[in-house]
Design a protein around this ligand. Structure first.
Ligand code: B3K
Ligand code: ZN
Length: 876
């Protein structure tokens, strides 16, 4: 396959200034006419041909300046249209007519049908599956779109921008015309046509303009869109308040569809969403669903400025819009909910997804310089690490400097397709800061490790902190550069107060930030008033691995006294991780696991501290997962031993915690009307953790079944069901609850996804057969990405002992599914396959089974570029 290199970038020979499209929607005979006005760019030779991108297209006709083009004037294949002998003056129009069968489009890229609704997905390269075009993000054009369709089948005809005209046509057909005044790249084009219900609202912008808001959902589900609408209005207000950014069209529309390859898409003025991230009510959605909806609605809305008004010059710059927009949605959620609890969730996610990616065969920098399939670069690194890099800029510059840089970025680049360099330069110029070394974060893969040692000298009352940074080699990058790592810190004295050193020397320290900018650096703090405990990387200010042999007593001290709640959780989590790592090693050697009573004491202290919010206490009690432990071990992994060790720790904690858990279980009940707010959600989360410890301590499923039966909301119901299915598999209680759930929600696929996932993640070797059985039920469909992710995805990436069965059958199963899915939906197949990325860290037996499964995929005929790219890199 072809490999694309950033260094090959050059602008197109032609600019496309306007695009005027007509869609004649007619099932398998759908026709698209696209008339573009083009302009040859200065300096381009007059004999330069126009080369348009296509993907599996069928050309019906071609005209240049409204005259039918003769056959010798162009060459056409399904993937390319090359036109010669263009008008010498360099301005002309090209009219391309193509024929499509949207229902046959199983890739869900381009124009396809979901439950009969016509919809599009164009990012990254789906527009070329609709018409021949310069399908790249630096070609910005003004679009006018006319849609014609059957009145009964498609009463609703939507595209980007503002509606300008609508009317009747012969034969029970009608049309609508949309105009988007903002020049945009083709990947932001959207069309939706179908029969849907609508929820309406209005938002008045800061400058007093009124914007119509519409959310379209399946008929009958309108009530379930209320929360999404509320989240949208809060997002619009927040972007005005925090960044001074107003919405710029008269209408903003969101459409929920059931067949979607990802979460949602920020098409200009017409976002298309996976219905999972729109629909919610207490009976069917969990608190996590509500939080996701809020975050994703915000994320797509925020793209209107960071992504749409300023877009990416090329796909290597993807993180320019994604990393920045994730940072913005993180800040939004932090403002809407509890900041420290939100940060804990972010860091858990970063460590669970991005750290393993950065430590394995698929590692790449946030701003890569080469790719063979761009769809494989919508990764945790581009999104989540990209966001962390923006967060570090904010840490280095402070809130005011950061805002100045953002303002300058908008001032300079509004309406343009920009680069990471443009972005960084805006911050440098706005604040007079040199970010050259800092920018290495964008260009270098791998998670840095910072090794720390401290030495307190009592006589001089001074603390020396020695720091050393390193980054392990990643694919294609062996020599690593020295980075600028901003580390927030605190110095906690014995009584819990914070030391204020009279003198600081060594590496640069700004307020509570140490700037590590050399391989080895020291900081000396003097006149402290006693030996302090160093709390380092507060708020996870830098996305690094910390190697710091802090004593358990010091960790417990931080967990108890830090003023930064996130840092308290971090210390507790670190303490627990140590115990869990020991437990995994001990159980591997067949030895008994003993749990440090100090850890138990620290957990009990956090659990019962009523000054801490319930959501925080729930996080404090949630020990690192089996996958977290595997990641920390790094090599020679035996998932069964990890689970045995972790279970032993959980059992010991559960026994000790019982009285506290019992109290929390009673006190955290949320009787009365359900509210999805963060405080109520926190209580439910803490009660669910308490229920889980109590169920372990009591070794009895009855309490969980009681909660399940009495639950009046999906959060309580799903957490009880999970406890039953994971802790008491095969019990009468688990069987009864699973059957009851299926009976009640069997007609609602989004809810049944939870039932599929819970069963797919039930630990142990037997789950594989159960998953295969579920695939045969009416609840599963290989054609629907949500079903595939809920069942196969949850099994492969959320079930360490089930998927990594000793006999390798889990890997063989995944290989079969990846190959079957690849034939219809390559993006989905490639995404599933990334669950194998850490295969080299497994113990030898499993590793060989994994290699065999991967090799079988690699050897298969007719692989998509998506799967072939992932499998090659994974095996390399
Ligand atoms: N920009 C889209 C993702 C498109 C993925 C294409 N394979 C959603 C988002 O990040 O907001
Ligand atoms: Zn995004």
């Amino acid at each position: 396959g072809q490999v694309f290199h950033l260094s090959d970038y050059r602008p197109t020979d032609f600019a496309i200034e306007t695009v005027s499209m007509t869609f004649r929607l007619a099932g398998a005979d759908t026709e698209v006419v696209s008339q573009m006005t083009l302009r040859r760019r200065d300096g381009v030779p007059t004999d330069a041909p126009l080369v348009l991108d296509g993907d599996a297209l069928q050309l019906v006709s071609l005209a240049i300046d409204n005259e039918t083009a003769e056959g010798q004037r162009y060459e056409v294949t399904p993937d390319r249209l090359t036109i010669h002998d263009l008008p010498a003056d360099g301005t002309f129009s090209v009219t391309v007519t193509t024929k499509l069968d949207p229902a046959a489009n199983t890739q869900l890229m381009g124009l396809y049908r979901s439950n009969g609704v016509y919809c599009t997905q164009c990012e990254a390269e789906g527009f070329r599956r609709i018409t021949y075009f310069l399908d790249r993000p630096d070609v910005l054009a003004v679009y006018t779109v006319r849609i014609e369709g059957d009145r009964s089948e498609t009463p609703l005809l939507l595209s980007n921008g503002n509606p300008v005209e609508a009317g009747a046509l012969d034969g029970n057909r009608h049309y609508a015309v949309w105009h988007d005044p903002h020049p945009k790249p083709s990947y932001l084009f959207a069309l939706v046509a179908g029969d849907l219900g609508v929820v309406d609202d209005v938002f008045t912008t800061a400058s007093g303009r009124s914007v119509d808001l519409k959310i379209y959902v399946e008929h009958g589900k309108e009530a379930r869109a209320a929360y999404a609408m509320d989240a949208l209005k809060r997002s619009m207000k927040w972007d005005e308040d925090v960044f001074g950014l107003e919405y710029d069209l008269d209408i903003f529309q969101i459409v929920a569809v059931s067949d979607f390859n990802m979460g949602a898409m920020e098409n200009k003025g017409l976002n298309v969403f996976n219905d999972k991230y729109v629909l919610a009510d207490p009976e069917t959605a969990t608190d996590a669903d509500y939080a996701n909806i809020e975050a994703i609605i915000a994320h797509e809305y925020f793209h209107n400025w960071t992504g749409n008004r300023i877009t990416c010059r090329d796909w290597f710059q993807l993180c320019l819009k994604e990393g920045l927009t994730v940072y913005r949605d993180h800040e939004f959620s932090a403002d809407m909910r509890s900041r420290p609890v939100k940060r804990i969730a972010e860091v858990r996610l970063l460590k669970a997804h991005q750290f393993p990616e950065d430590a394995g065969p698929l590692a790449h920098p946030p701003r890569p310089v080469t790719y063979s399939e761009i769809n494989n670069f919508y990764t945790a690194t581009v999104y989540e690490k990209g966001s962390e890099v923006v967060r570090m800029i904010a840490t280095i510059l402070g809130a005011e400097g950061f805002r100045k840089g953002m303002d300058l970025y908008f001032e300079r680049h509004d309406g343009e397709a920009a680069t990471i360099e443009d972005f960084v330069k805006s911050f440098e110029d706005a604040t007079g800061t040199d970010l050259a070394q800092f920018a290495i974060w964008y260009h270098q893969a791998g998670t840095p490790t910072v090794s720390v040692s401290v030495n307190y000298d009592q006589r001089s009352d001074s603390l020396t902190v020695d720091l050393e940074q390193s980054v392990a080699a990643t694919p294609g990058e062996s020599a690593k550069k020295i980075m600028h790592i901003p580390l927030r810190f605190g110095l906690l004295l014995e009584d819990g107060s914070e030391a204020e050193p009279a003198e600081v020397s060594g590496a640069r320290v700004d307020g509570d930030v140490i700037h590590l900018t050399e391989r080895r650096q020291s900081v000396v703090f003097k006149s402290l008033g006693g030996r302090p405990v160093l709390s380092l990387n507060r708020g996870f200010s830098a996305p690094i691995n910390l190697s710091f042999e802090q004593s358990s007593a010091d960790l417990a001290h931080i967990a108890k006294h830090e003023s930064d709640a996130f840092a308290r959780w971090q210390a507790l989590n670190e303490f627990a991780m140590r115990i869990l790592l020991d437990a995994a090693k001990l159980s591997r050697d067949g030895r008994t696991v003993a749990v440090d009573p100090d850890l138990i004491a620290a957990l009990i202290a956090s659990a019962s501290d009523e000054t801490l919010e319930p959501a925080f206490r729930a996080q404090a009690l949630s020990l690192p997962s089996e996958a977290d432990i595997a990641r920390e071990l790094g090599s020679n992994i035996d998932p069964d031993a990890i689970k045995r060790g972790r279970d032993a720790v959980l059992a010991a904690v559960a026994q000790a915690l019982k009285p506290v858990a019992e109290k929390l279980f009673d006190e955290m009940a949320t009787p009365g009307l359900f509210s999805p707010d963060a405080i109520s959600a926190g209580k439910r989360a803490l009660r669910a953790v308490a229920l889980s410890y109590l169920s372990i301590a009591e070794a009895d499923p009855k309490r969980a079944l009681g909660v399940f039966d009495e639950a009046d909301n999906m959060t309580d119901m799903a957490s009880a069901l999970q406890i039953l299915a994971h802790l008491f598999p095969g019990s009468a209680e688990a069987t009864q609850a699973l059957a009851a759930f299926e009976g009640r929600f069997g007609g609602d696929p989004l809810v049944i996804d939870k039932w599929l996932s819970i069963q797919a993640m039930a630990p142990g070797a037997d789950t594989l057969d159960h998953v295969k059985g579920l695939m045969e039920t009416r609840h599963f469909a290989l054609s629907n990405p949500n079903r595939v992710r809920a069942l196969i995805g949850a099994f492969a990436s959320g079930n360490p002992t089930g998927f990594n069965r000793e006999d390798g059958a889990g890997y063989g199963f995944l290989a079969d599914q990846v190959l079957a899915i690849d034939a219809r939906n390559p993006q989905l197949a490639a995404r599933l396959l990334t669950s194998m990325r850490s295969w080299r860290s497994l113990e030898a037996g499993r590793r060989e089974h994994a290699r065999a499964a991967l090799s079988r995929i690699a050897a298969a005929e007719g692989l998509s570029t998506d799967v072939s790219d992932i499998v090659k890199r994974t095996l390399a």
